[in-house]
Design a binder for this molecule. Structure first.
Ligand code: RB5
Length: 146
């Protein structure tokens, strides 16, 4: 699996610990920034990460901003993206199991590094169950471009 990660200035503190967790899991990761505390616009990073996922270059994306909300709103505008904003591991696992989420959004001003690690581990280790959920995901995907 290959994971691409992006953040805005508000996500900077948390993103470094998330990159470390993913590397510790032995998963290939690419962090595309931002790398400084200078103010940037989160939609720019959301689009870069989402395009890298929908192009097939990466399997999954992770986006971090202050709340995770702006990143999730922007990410879900990109056709082919199913982004899940998660604040605990149960939802993270279910976003994979039922929704086949391909992008995870996190809020650095909401989460500490410990719970963020649990969320990321749950999200990266849970597989989509398919079955009746495939039909529902197909219906979500059919909304792209409408
Ligand atoms: C940046 O100040 C903040 O608005 C952004 O990180 C995010 O929380 C938006 O949803």
């Amino acid at each position: 699996m290959r994971v691409v990660i992006g953040n805005d200035h508000a996500g900077l503190d948390l993103v470094e610990s998330i990159v470390a967790v993913i590397e510790d899991m032995g998963i290939e990761t690419q962090h595309i920034g931002t790398f400084s505390a200078d103010s940037v616009d989160y939609p720019d990073y959301a689009v870069s990460v989402c395009n890298a996922v929908t192009s097939g270059e990466y399997d999954r994306g992770i986006l971090v901003c202050g709340t995770g909300i702006g990143m999730s709103i922007a990410a879900n505008k990109v056709p082919g993206v199913r982004a899940a904003l998660c604040a605990e591991p149960y939802s993270a696992a279910l976003s994979r199991l039922h929704n086949d989420a391909n992008v995870l959004c996190l809020g650095a001003r909401v989460l500490g590094p410990g719970i963020a690690e649990e969320i990321v581990r749950a999200w990266l280790t849970t597989q989509f169950s398919g079955d009746r959920h495939q039909r529902r995901v197909d219906k979500i995907n059919s909304l792209d471009g409408k």
